[in-house]
Design a protein. Sequence first.
Length: 104
Amino acid sequence: MKYLKPTIYALFTLLALIVANQAQATTEFISIIDPDNASGTDYTSLSSWEQYNQVDLTATTTLVIAGSLTIGAIGDGIAITQTTSGATAVCVHHTATQMLVSTI
């Protein structure tokens, strides 16, 4: 019985550490780089991708919106506003299935 209280504290501490160290899932942003500019190509060189994607991919102000986007073409670098909340951001790159936004 004298070990019950320390055992409970140890288990509680272990559980707290496990919960605190849970990794957050990330959403990858896929760009197709093809020098031959085939259908579906986003960029034709790594240097053009790097030139147009000047964004910190790990920042909390950067977000990937995944899913089927049927909102039309949005150019790289265009400011966008969410109609419900009024939140603003910059479209880094937009494809048919995802959008990378920054400076939210």
